[in-house]
Design a protein around this ligand. Structure first.
Ligand code: NAI
Ligand code: MG
Length: 368
């Protein structure tokens, strides 16, 4: 029985890099058989058909698919009547409430001295991204005033908190399994990212909700809690950025409300060389959708220049979350090998290879 994956390339480089991910999935030794289902979405689709996310796509994902991959969408920076971002809506429709974004360097490359190995767990359903914006043309007499509602709920904050501790636990178990030294395995930690010194009500609720997940676990009666061996600390979002750039190695799992999570992810991507290598998975309780962290990169779209690694790693992450750990590890290793060798890297990583050449090098590393 083949695994049915909904493939939503959407716009720009999404159309170039998603097929690379599909080819890698199909060629990975030990991976299940796949059946890919092409699904429409995106700004270009909106311009032709008046919707950025047709019902058929949502229905297929809900009823036929075992998982999905999303490319990238070209959302305009100004308001377009009737348009709303399909990825933001999809996350909501499928209740993919966690966006899990590993940011990991490769040993033996130039960022070895600033070793980065962290995961950003971004809340995916609320915060400012509920898009309740209003424009009062008159304001109080001084011209237009725009406001936006920022929604933070205990429910969403607790479940993202729980997800973050689960990710930390899984990483801890992987480190132990890999026989990594005790001081390294002791790094298991969740850092709560917020700004509750200013936004004491909204960020305050996020902070206390996440903290409670851990504190309740510690208080659990009858033996050690589920998150035994993991610690928790917190960091205001602005100094989070500062520390992320200066000492990224101190972080393990960072949990953040939607907007902060979005911003610090792109920042963290700079630490490992390029947005073109950073992957993510949108996770719900029973459905997962892989997605590169980058956007549609109109500056390089259509030139066979885009780095396919973010999408290929996202496919591996999807496999990992769907329970196929061994083939996922093979993909990570093949990608790491190609980065370390440095011969087939795209221009964002200062190489000369095309998207296709980079993909082919990864395919070769996989099957050798
Ligand atoms: P972007 O992520 O598309 O590009 C930022 C920079 O990184 C550009 O210089 C681009 O060339 C480079 N870059 C990104 N991915 C790359 C790759 N795989 N290989 C090589 N270089 C890569 O962000 P930008 O330019 O701010 O946004 C462009 C469009 O993408 C906008 O319409 C935005 O709304 C959309 N976007 C969509 C996202 C999504 O689909 N989830 C996420 C972020 C932005
Ligand atoms: Mg983003």
């Amino acid at each position: 029985q083949a695994l049915k994956l909904g493939m939503i390339p959407a716009d720009g480089i999404g159309r170039e890099v998603l097929p690379c991910a599909a080819r890698v999935l199909q060629s990975t030794p030990g991976a299940p058989k796949f059946e890919f289902v092409h699904l429409d979405a995106g700004f270009e689709y909106f311009q032709k058909h008046g919707t950025a996310l047709p019902d058929a796509t949502i229905q297929s994902l809900k009823n036929d698919c075992d998982g999905a991959m999303f490319g990238s969408v070209s959302s305009p920076s100004h308001k377009v009547e009737g348009y709303s971002s399909p990825i933001v809506r999809l996350r909501k429709e499928l209740d993919l409430y966690a966006n899990i974004r590993p940011v990991i360097g490769v040993h033996g490359t130039k960022d070895d001295d600033k070793w980065v190995d962290l995961v950003i767990v971004r809340e995916n359903t609320e915060c400012l991204y509920i898009k309740k914006e209003q424009l009062d043309q008159k304001g109080s007499g001084n011209g237009p005033v725009a406001t936006a509602i920022r929604q933070i709920s205990q429910h969403a904050s607790s479940r993202i908190g729980k997800k973050a501790f689960e990710v930390a636990l899984a990483r801890q178990q992987m480190r132990v399994k890999a026989g990594i030294a005790a001081q390294e395995t002791g790094k298991a930690k969740v850092t709560v990212c917020h700004k509750s010194n200013v936004l004491s009500v909204t960020d305050g609720l996020f902070r206390t909700s996440v903290r409670s997940v851990f504190e309740d676990d510690q208080k659990s009666k009858g033996g050690p809690g589920r998150f035994e061996g993991i610690s928790m600390d917190e960091q205001l979002v602005d100094s989070m950025v500062y520390r992320l750039f200066r000492e990224p190695h101190v972080f393990d799992v960072v949990v953040a409300p939607n907007l902060y999570g979005d911003i610090i992810s792109d920042g963290a991507a700079a630490l490992v060389g390029s947005l073109g290598v950073v992957s993510s998975v949108n996770a719900g309780d029973n459905f997962f959708m892989g997605e590169p962290v980058h956007g549609s990169a109109p500056d390089i779209a259509g030139q066979n220049k885009a780095n396919p690694i973010a999408s290929i790693r996202s496919a591996a992450l999807l496999l990992e979350y769907m329970g196929y750990t061994d083939p996922a590890l093979k993909i990570y290793a093949a990608v790491d090998q190609v980065i370390r060798e440095g011969k087939y890297l795209t221009p964002d990583l200062h190489g000369k290879a095309t998207t296709t050449e980079c993909q082919d090098a990864i395919l070769k590393a996989l099957t050798n």
